[in-house]
Structure formats: structure tokens, C-alpha cells
Design a protein around this ligand. Structure first.
Ligand SMILES: [Zn+2]
Ligand SMILES: [Zn+2]
Ligand SMILES: [Zn+2]
Length: 344
């Protein structure tokens, strides 16, 4: 499932499993609209990227969702930054007057309140009679609109909208978007754990040979900070800086390409790592493979988390064997030298 190979999804699922996030609440601010700051923080992705991910996770029942609000948006571009304009529903003109109106029930005349005179005594401007009691011979209607162009009267003017990108539309076309809050569904914990790539069980198998950090944030020779999925140092033979092995996970919906290989090579070179392992999900494209092998990067390629674990462990085993051979060779050379000196 390509959804789970995405780095944002992996980070979000990890936070859910670890209990760092349990409820995902939307926050509103006028500059950005609705946003999910906890998820943005934990994934490093933008709300535009996260919205479809949250929807997909809730359609898989990994998250349960509830509608907590709604927001009116432009039908063309989805912007919530709208300007509303009132129009006369009869003639469409914008020249509207808003106020309280009085209807004289005796003669049927409907007019703005101020036209019935000031003070206690109200007089109908049409028939000239004094009004007696509210509810008996007249009634009051608040929030009425009168069009000064066609003299039409309405309680409900037509609303017209223009969005920040200049799209203009009427109320019928306004899109009402649901705003949801999400909650982790604990029943899906097992499923998630299977899909999550966990580096600790990989590196922990080799703890007799290597010290490790996962994730590892290392400072390179350039002074830049680099994050790796894990880094390993040979036990007893380390200044604690230059790692023997660095590894990184790259994911892509279809295939990881040369950009990720280049970025990884640059980071690994900056921290002076001897062995480089690039883990990719679901696969590395052909150009990427060529480039990786020219840099001496070992590639662990897998479609699922468990397959990735197995393959990465295999690479580390080979690296350990290679390292043993090197140690033996150098020991043998030392012995030879010693023997030569003895012979002299
Ligand atoms: Zn628009
Ligand atoms: Zn009008
Ligand atoms: Zn009247």
C-alpha cells in the first residue's frame, strides 16, 4: 500500500503508536484557515499535503473523525477568503437600505420605521391614520432590506461572493467544507505496527559490534546538521564523531530517484561515514541504482516494513563479516612483520 511508504505517514503513525498524539484537533487562524498544527509539527509536511492523508487514514478506519465545524469556500479554488456583497433579489442592484419596517395592517402599507414619524405617536404616511397598538393594527419587521433602485422590499437579499483569486459566484454555488477532528483508533494498533518501519530492532541485533543512535542527528564537517534513520559506531574504536555506518529511509509513491541518492551521499560524506545504506520504499529507479553503486551506497529495497527490516539486517550482517575479514587481514600482517623481525 503506497500510503504507508510515505515518510509523512510513517512519522504520523509513529507518533500515534508512541502516544505522542491521540487527538488531532483543527485550529483556525485568519491567515491560514484551518490547520492541524500537531500533525504539521510531527510530520514536517504542509496542511495541503496532510489533508488527503488524514482523509485516507480515516477511510481505512485508522483514524475516526467527527465534524467539528464547517467553512464556506470558493467552488473554483477552495479559498476561504471571501468577500460578500448584498444584491437586490428582484433587480440585482446593490443600492440597498437596511432597517426596521412597519406594516400598517389597516391599509396594508409597508415602509421604513422612520417614515411613520418620531416619538410615541406613529402615523401612516400613506393613509394618514394614527397607529394604535402593535399586533393590533400594525406590526414591526426588523432586518428588512429596501432596494433604492426598484423600491422592492425583501428580508433576504441575494448574496454574491468574490474570492481572493477573483472568482465570483452566488450563494447557491458556495461550497460548505466540513472541518473534522481525528482520533486514533486503538483497534488498528496491530495493523499499524506491521506497516511501521522500526529501526531499533534492526540495529539492536548488532549491539555487540556497534553502538548506535536511531534516529541520529549528526554534525558534518561543514557544520550542518544531518538527520539519519540510524548511525553506528564501532565499539571501542570511536571518537564518537565519525560514524562507521549511516542509513536513511527514502520513500516515494512510485519510485525513489537520483535526487534522494545525491542528498544522502552529500550528508553521508559530510559526516565522514565509511559505510552507507540507503533504504528505499517501494523501490529505487534504475538511474538511482547506477548512481548509488557508483558512490558505493548499499541499497535496501522493500515494499513492506518487515521486508525492509530483513533486507537491512542482511546488509549489516555482510558489513560485519567484511569488517571481521579486514581485522583478520591486518592482524595477519602484524604477525608477519613480527615473525620477520624475529627471524632477523
Ligand atoms: Zn476562488
Ligand atoms: Zn431592486
Ligand atoms: Zn395606512
Amino acid at each position: 500500500m503506497s500510503l504507508f511508504t510515505r515518510i509523512e505517514v510513517q512519522r504520523l503513525l509513529r507518533a500515534l503508536i508512541d502516544g505522542k498524539i491521540s487527538v488531532i484537533e483543527p485550529k483556525f487562524d485568519i491567515g491560514h484557515g484551518f490547520s492541524y498544527p500537531v500533525v504539521v509539527d510531527v510530520t514536517g509536511a504542509s496542511d495541503e499535503v496532510l489533508e488527503p492523508i488524514l482523509n485516507e487514514l480515516s477511510s481505512l478506519d485508522i483514524l475516526t473523525s467527527t465534524v467539528v465545524d464547517n467553512i464556506a469556500v470558493c467552488p473554483t479554488c477552495g479559498s476561504y477568503k471571501l468577500m460578500m456583497q448584498m444584491r437586490c433579489p428582484k433587480c440585482g442592484m446593490p443600492n440597498l437600505q437596511r432597517g426596521t419596517m412597519i406594516e400598517h395592517l389597516t391599509c396594508g402599507h409597508l415602509d421604513m420605521e422612520e417614515n411613520f414619524g418620531e416619538g410615541e405617536l406613529l402615523t401612516c404616511p400613506k393613509c394618514g391614520k394614527s397607529l394604535r397598538a402593535i399586533g393590533v393594527d400594525y406590526r414591526r419587521l426588523s432586518m428588512m432590506y429596501r432596494c433604492l433602485s426598484c423600491k422592492g422590499i425583501s428580508p433576504d437579499p441575494r448574496k454574491h461572493y468574490i474570492c481572493e483569486n477573483g472568482h465570483s459566484f452566488d450563494e447557491e454555488d458556495l461550497v460548505i467544507k466540513e472541518i473534522r477532528s481525528y482520533r486514533f483508533n486503538p483497534a488498528k494498533r496491530g495493523l499499524i505496527e506491521k506497516e511501521l518501519v522500526d529501526f531499533k530492532p534492526i540495529v539492536d541485533r548488532f549491539k555487540k559490534i556497534w553502538n548506535y543512535k536511531t534516529p541520529a542527528i549528526l554534525i558534518g564537517q561543514t557544520g550542518a546538521e544531518h538527520e539519519f534513520s540510524f548511525a553506528m559506531w564501532e565499539k571501542g574504536k570511536t571518537d564518537g564523531r565519525r560514524p562507521e555506518i549511516v542509513a536513511n529511509l527514502s520513500t516515494n509513491e512510485k519510485a525513489v530517484g537520483v535526487t534522494d541518492v545525491l542528498a544522502f551521499q552529500a550528508k553521508a560524506a559530510d559526516v565522514g561515514a565509511r559505510e552507507k545504506i540507503l533504504m528505499v520504499m517501494p523501490k529505487l529507479d534504475e538511474k538511482g541504482k547506477l548512481l548509488a553503486s557508483s558512490y558505493g551506497i548499499q541499497v535496501s529495497e522493500a515494499k513492506t516494513a518487515s521486508e525492509l527490516q530483513e533486507k537491512t539486517i542482511e546488509i549489516l550482517k555482510q558489513t560485519a563479516t567484511k569488517r571481521d575479514k579486514k581485522t583478520l587481514e591486518s592482524e595477519a600482517k602484524k604477525l608477519e612483520k613480527l615473525l620477520e623481525e624475529i627471524r632477523k
